[in-house]
Design a protein around this ligand. Structure first.
Ligand SMILES: [Zn+2]
Length: 113
């Protein structure tokens, strides 16, 4: 892998991928994506913990509790796919409701200032 955190000045290895869904003012923090995407930023553990988003934005993150439910790799791929679809919808003429909010093991986090 060898992916690095995208925060300037940070040399830590990336462990999470943050994807911005501009059309829904939502930031999704998920497993490290397998390849670079236009609205995705790789973050190290400390930067993903101290994630900040613009005012009015919502953060959806994978919870550590979800790991105890043993999500399958297929589960994680499905989430990544859903996020990807939502991200693509922002350029389509008729955006639909994003699906990611209904996923059981994602939760909306209070916004950090
Ligand atoms: Zn970092």
């Amino acid at each position: 892998m060898g992916r690095r955190c995208t925060k300037s000045g940070c040399r830590e290895s990336a462990v999470k991928t943050l994807t911005y869904i501009y059309s829904d003012s939502t930031a999704v923090l998920g497993p490290l994506s397998t390849y670079a995407e236009p609205h995705a930023f790789d973050l190290c553990a400390s930067h993903s913990d101290r994630l900040t988003v613009p005012q009015g934005w919502t953060v959806i993150a994978h919870t550590t509790e979800a790991l105890s439910n043993e999500p399958s790799p297929e589960d994680l791929m499905a989430i990544a796919e859903a996020v990807r679809e939502v991200a693509q919808q922002e350029i389509s003429p008729a955006p639909q409701q994003p699906e990611v909010g209904r996923r059981g093991h994602l939760r909306v986090l209070p916004r950090h200032e």
